[in-house]
Design a protein around this ligand. Structure first.
Ligand code: DGT
Ligand code: CA
Ligand code: CA
Ligand code: ZN
Length: 591
């Protein structure tokens, strides 16, 4: 038995490898389509296999059905195994190089006989790539730039990937004998958008350390033990992540947790405060300073929690996501708490795609999934017409979609379901800053998100001009993913973000926090400026399927890092308040 997700993943691998093997594109695409179909099923595939109805499904012909059957029965898919033999491992990594598609990968690989990313970089430098027909110097330069960028960033991973590693380890270690307390520390506890390594911290009596480390290094995810000592052990997982586990005595736990949560900048400020109060703070504890100013380690302060440690420094407890050395320490000198948005305060799912453009589920399915998750409204925002690659909607299709939304609304009301669906659009901002539809059509939407998907690398002045025009357009209520970045894969547009924030705040136009873990854009580092300007945001999953809605959690944590409370987040409004804001009425921001 294999689950649908697993099967879909294999089919997708076949698709990718076929492209890299230079096989017929349409045959390859069939596997991608089949993967999409399998993913969208509500019943397990085995159900269809048993009843012999697999080939009734859209996009599943008899040959792919056979591949699925074999995989389900034997756990192996011959077509995939065969491709894996034929396509060198190194080539697969070429797919991460932005601007290099399968066709050119195959061409370069065949003509130059190279398979490793490093070899490709060399071939870009010495002119071999530029000499290939259809590539040229510009392409070679672009590929090289992208490789260098990747190499610089490949040591890190997305927070979503780090959580996939950390949470199962945390679960297992929680149950291990002798573990008295356990926490994630480091950048993951601070909810940074990318993570270098995962840090775990355990409180235990020393006699138990060895057994706990056995449990850790013996976990099924571990492929390599990088080091093992008395109090620290590091492993690498199959996904390439490094995890550090440190074990400290229960008395040391609060100080160690603060130390290993970081950030370094935050720790520096805390240590200075300790010194100013005649104490020394380090990873082992908080100590009175002796005459030389060193820690008097014979007399550690008794600390039972992080809160107590902060108290000794005349501070209230600071949430980990704020510990970035950006004024949080000063704030918690005189405040017990900072008002910050919580997941429960988000009421509406705004910015999502449906089968009308490049989403995987229908309006109704997305609505029901939002209801299941406790939301009370959603804003459908498919792509606009010039986004042809993503199934952007023609004017005619927009009107048909409105009809469908009306039908779903009616259906819900006949079922007694209270749920509001707004008709929105994610309109492209074109090269000249105009939007993608005539004004009278734009007026027909409940709200418009304006985003840039093309020409993201125009010069700063031009980019700012495009955004300014979009913000000034009366129909626009939100700017989508402002920098256009794809974390660890593609850089950001060159923008004056402070200026952008000011313009948006003036118009009560929100700049979204795109909650997709690949984006997390608006970046939280602009939080102080956003607060000062009174910027509104919206925590938007940019969901392309039902599961995508759950990314809202990442957006909430990034919003907290950026110091947003619910009064500046438009999808924390009720549906009626959201409608009023969307119409251009003022919303009240708490002071
Ligand atoms: P990462 O792993 O690059 O995503 O970022 P972090 O913050 O997890 O950094 P990491 O794993 O090197 O260290 C975990 C925490 O330990 C860090 O946030 C602060 C603390 N720490 C590590 N090294 C130092 C140091 O040299 N000085 C200070 N003050 N703190 C350190
Ligand atoms: Ca770390
Ligand atoms: Ca570390
Ligand atoms: Zn977009």
């Amino acid at each position: 038995m294999a689950d649908n997700k697993n099967i879909a993943e294999r089919l997708r691998q076949v698709h990718t490898l076929m492209l890299l093997a230079g096989e017929n594109r349409f045959r390859a695409i069939a596997f991608d389509r089949a993967a999409q179909t399998i993913e969208g099923l509500s019943e397990p595939v085995d159900h269809y296999l048993e009843s012999g109805t697999l080939t009734d499904l859209k996009g599943i012909g008899s040959s792919i059905a056979e591949d699925i059957r074999l995989f389900s029965e034997t756990g192996s898919m011959p077509v995939l195994e065969d491709l894996k033999e034929r396509v060198p491992d190194g080539l697969i990594r070429w797919l991460d190089i932005s601007g290099l598609g399968p066709k050119n990968i195959v061409k370069i690989h065949k003509e130059l006989g190279i398979t490793e990313v490093e070899e490709l970089a060399d071939a870009c430098r010495d002119g071999r790539v530029a000499a290939l027909p259809g590539l040229g110097e510009k392409s070679a330069e672009k590929i090289l730039k992208s490789i260098e960028w990747l190499q610089q960033h490949s040591q890190r991973c997305l927070i979503s990937e780090a959580r996939e590693v950390a949470l199962p380890l945390l679960e297992v270690l929680k149950e291990a004998g002798g573990v008295q307390q356990i926490e994630v520390a480091g950048s993951l506890r601070r909810w940074n958008e990318t993570i270098g390594d995962v840090d775990l911290l355990v409180a235990a009596d020393e006699v138990d350390n060895s057994a706990i480390f056995d449990r850790f290094t013996g976990h099924e995810m571990v492929v390599e033990v990088l080091g093992r000592g008395e109090t620290k052990s590091s492993i690498r997982t199959e996904s390439g992540r490094q995890v550090d586990l440190r074990i400290v005595n229960p008395e040391q736990f609060p100080a160690a947790l603060v130390y290993f949560t970081g950030s370094k900048e935050h720790n520096i400020v805390l240590r200075r405060r300790a010194r100013e109060r005649g104490m020394v703070l380090n990873e082992y504890g908080l100590f009175p300073a002796n005459q030389d100013g060193d820690a008097d380690s014979s007399r550690p302060m008794e600390l039972s929690s992080e809160t107590e440690l902060y108290r000794h420094l005349d501070l209230a407890w600071i949430p980990p996501e704020l510990r970035e050395g950006r004024g949080e320490v000063e704030y918690f000198e005189s405040h017990e708490e900072m008002p910050l948005v919580t997941p429960e305060e988000v009421r509406g799912v705004v910015h999502l795609h449906t089968t009308w453009s490049d989403g995987k589920q229908t309006v109704e399915q997305m609505a029901r999934a939002s209801i299941e998750r406790g939301y009370t409204y959603m804003g459908v925002t498919d792509h606009s017409r010039s986004a042809a690659y993503a199934g952007g909607l023609s004017i005619d299709e927009v009107k048909k979609q409105w009809d469908e939304i009306d039908r779903v609304i009616e259906k819900f009301s006949s079922e007694g379901i209270e749920f509001t669906i707004f008709k929105g659009i994610e309109s492209d901002i074109l090269a000249d800053g105009s939007l993608d539809y005539p004004d009278d059509l734009l007026d027909g939407f409940d709200f418009v998100i304006a985003s840039i998907h093309h020409g993201m690398d125009m010069p700063r002045e031009k980019m700012m001009d495009r955004f300014r025009k979009a913000i000034e357009h009366p129909a626009v209520r939100m700017i989508g993913h402002p920098t256009g970045r794809l974390l660890l894969r593609r850089g950001e547009s060159d923008l004056d973000m402070n200026q952008l924030i000011e313009w948006a705040a003036e118009h009560q136009t929100a700049i979204e926090i795109n909650a997709n873990p690949h984006r997390l854009d608006l970046d939280w580092r602009h939080g102080n400026k956003a607060l000062e300007a009174g910027l509104l945001t919206s925590i938007n999953p940019d969901a392309h399927n039902v599961e995508g809605i759950d990314d809202i959690l990442y957006g909430v944590m990034i919003a907290r890092k950026a110091k947003f409370d619910s009064s500046r987040i438009v999808n924390c409004l009720t549906a009626e308040e959201f409608r009023r804001w969307a119409r251009g009425e003022e919303v009240e921001v708490k002071e």
